[in-house]
Design a protein around this ligand. Structure first.
Ligand SMILES: Nc1ncnc2c1ncn2[C@@H]1O[C@H](COP(=O)(O)OP(=O)(O)OP(=O)(O)O)[C@@H](O)[C@H]1O
Ligand SMILES: [Mg+2]
Length: 350
């Protein structure tokens, strides 16, 4: 499922995650019997060039993408990237059972009842979740994105000298990487919280299907600003504290407060799902990813607040990794940031 582009047989896929704090690129070779991660690279983005997922300064971001590709020696010009945020909607809907080709004819009409955007300017895709079931109704996962968002992503890439072979949705790419690496977590209701620099993407999976997504305006930037504003630390010193390279006696109280915000977001998303699907199944486990999953004490704070186990998702838990990929960077430090880029590179473009 993708908003744009075709899946196919390309040998290598380049996944590009345009984060508001850090750009990440992951390259996966699909020519062997199983996908193999052959390259990863990251670079920081200038402060405020991307705010809450929105690219404010395309020139600066395009330049940073060019720099990242040349430093990492990525020659391919076709990339797989994704959009997310409030201009993208992922929703599980019910509609009359029909063949996929017929559903494609009527999906725009169906979507009208579920998507609060102007339908003339929307990119849509869908997937039938229970194709072999028999009832009169079928469950469909619907995704809709404002065309403007897809267009601006395409023009950003063009400015960086790249083309999008696929434009995916953040939540699906995250799910894709998660599914491969944590197959044992595909039962019941599980949440993935990708805690980034500015945004936390909450992804609720029901029996392995990503049925609901929510974005929270919390990320490591908030933790850093708490320490800067209230404790007078410099940006660099705060960053060291939130990455666990230095200690601060007051970090725990900020972790509790911000952790509470994330926990409430996760809890609400899970509760919404329970009401919408009339299922009683409560949240059984939370996986964290992104830079925020490395903040000391945050996973424990979430776990004691939500009363379920919380652990870090690892995009290279099962994925095959070519020798030397993590020679220049510590895998434990960087892997949690790569869930989305790995999920993107797992797609094979046409
Ligand atoms: N090893 C690391 N290298 C760089 N930053 C790290 C590292 N570990 C944690 N961090 C923190 O995580 C943040 C980046 O996290 P992440 O890459 O998940 O965010 P992002 O994708 O850029 O942002 P968003 O998803 O909100 O747009 C950094 O701003 C920093 O505070
Ligand atoms: Mg991110």
């Amino acid at each position: 499922m993708a908003l744009f582009g075709l899946l196919g047989g390309k040998k290598t896929s380049v996944g590009l995650d345009i984060g508001s704090g850090i750009l990440k690129v992951a390259v996966i070779d699909h020519s062997g019997s199983e996908p193999e991660l052959v390259k990863v690279a990251t670079t920081e983005v200038a402060a405020d060039a991307i705010v809450e997922g929105e690219v404010m300064d395309p020139g600066i971001v395009a330049e940073a993408i060019r720099g990242l590709f040349s430093a990492a020696g990525v020659k391919q010009k076709q990339v797989v990237t994704a959009v997310g945020g409030r201009d993208v909607i992922v929703k599980k809907i019910q509609m009359d059972r029909m063949k996929e080709a017929d559903a494609r004819e009527v999906i725009r009409w169906e979507a009208e009842q579920h998507v609060p955007f102007d339908m003339a300017n929307v990119e849509l895709d869908f997937q039938i979740l229970d194709p072999s079931a028999e009832g009169l109704q079928m469950n469909v996962l619907l995704v809709a994105a404002k065309r403007e968002l897809v267009d601006s992503r395409t023009s950003l890439l063009a400015e960086a000298g790249l083309r999008a072979s696929i434009i995916d949705v953040d939540a699906f790419a995250i799910h894709n990487a998660f599914e491969l690496n944590h197959p044992d977590a595909l039962q019941g209701v599980v949440a993935i919280a990708n805690i980034g620099h500015e945004i936390t993407n909450v992804n609720i999976l029901e029996d392995g299907v990503p049925v609901l997504t929510r974005d929270l305006s919390v990320g490591t930037r908030r933790f850093r600003e708490d320490l800067q504003r209230e404790k007078g630390l410099s940006a660099e010193d705060s960053e060291k504290v939130i990455q666990g390279q230095a200690q601060h006696p007051d970090l725990a109280s900020y972790v509790d407060a911000r952790g509470e915000e994330i926990a409430v977001g996760v809890e609400r998303a899970a509760a919404f799902l329970a009401t919408a699907s009339r299922s009683a199944g409560g949240l059984s486990r939370v996986y964290t990813a992104g830079g925020g999953s490395r903040v000391p004490g945050l996973n424990d704070a979430l776990s004691s607040r939500l009363k379920v186990p919380v652990e870090q998702a690892n995009p290279v838990q099962r994925l095959k990794v070519r020798d030397a990929v993590f020679d220049a960077v510590a895998v434990d430090e960087v892997a949690p940031l790569l869930l989305l880029s790995v999920g993107l590179a797992l797609r094979r473009a046409a």
